[in-house]
Write a protein that binds this ligand. Sequence first.
Ligand SMILES: Nc1ncnc2c1ncn2[C@@H]1O[C@H](COP(=O)(O)OP(=O)(O)OP(=O)(O)O)[C@@H](O)[C@H]1O
Ligand SMILES: Nc1nc2c(c(=O)[nH]1)N=C(CO)CN2
Length: 225
Amino acid sequence: MEYDDWQPVYDDVCAAFGYEQAADRRARDVLAAHAEPFDMARLDCTGQTVAIAGGAPTLADEREVAAAADRVFAASTAVDVLADAGIEVDLMVTDLDKNPETARRLTAQGTPVAVHAHGDNIAAIREHVPTYDTTHVLATTQAAPTGPVVDHGGFTDGDRAAFLADHCGAAALRFPGWAFDDHTVTEEKRRKLAWAARLLRWLETRRGEAFGVLDGRRAAIDAVT
Ligand SMILES: Nc1ncnc2c1ncn2[C@@H]1O[C@H](COP(=O)(O)OP(=O)(O)OP(=O)(O)O)[C@@H](O)[C@H]1O
Ligand SMILES: Nc1nc2c(c(=O)[nH]1)N=C(CO)CN2
């Protein structure tokens, strides 16, 4: 996906959460100053099944789904849960709010990390990205792309991972570690997960694929556009 397709949905996300787009642009520009162009061919997934590992507690029991996939794109803390079982990821997707040291370790070992800039993580970008090997940082924004910072759609770490896999040519997506009805999360997180479900519904429709993670939920999901 390119920004032109994402932008109307981004407007809706900002309206829903009260995000200031100028702050997202400031974050993007801070990240751009620390980033370098990333060769997307490194993430080519053409013809492959990609596991999009989410941060739900269920991931511990679903790790074999990731192990069986050709590639693993993992959101935030999902990287640590998989690492505990000896499962390496091909991409970490993060806005740096939980485990920035994991992102540092991955970039140091040459594993790509998609670092996301938004209006509420500018301090984290300034603190952590300069400590990373930026050769292995894919800089992302939810605002308009600029310089080395790309926007291929998505909002939460997990659904952004799915949009990136789609952009990289994945043939099929699997979703270990996803639980939209997780009552252990905060109200804000619950609202973000509801948006993640909407965005995945949009993505599966665009792809002509049925994501198993949405089975039983489709009738309750409002279309994004
Ligand atoms: N029950 C769940 N709890 C948390 N994350 C979930 C859940 N189900 C799916 N996910 C997906 O896993 C991703 C990683 O979640 P995690 O809690 O590790 O990180 P996070 O940094 O808080 O994520 P974000 O900043 O996107 O909210 C989320 O962004 C979401 O897309
Ligand atoms: N401005 C802003 N953007 C976001 C935020 C957030 O808290 N603020 N959280 C996200 C995923 O958790 C993704 N994007």
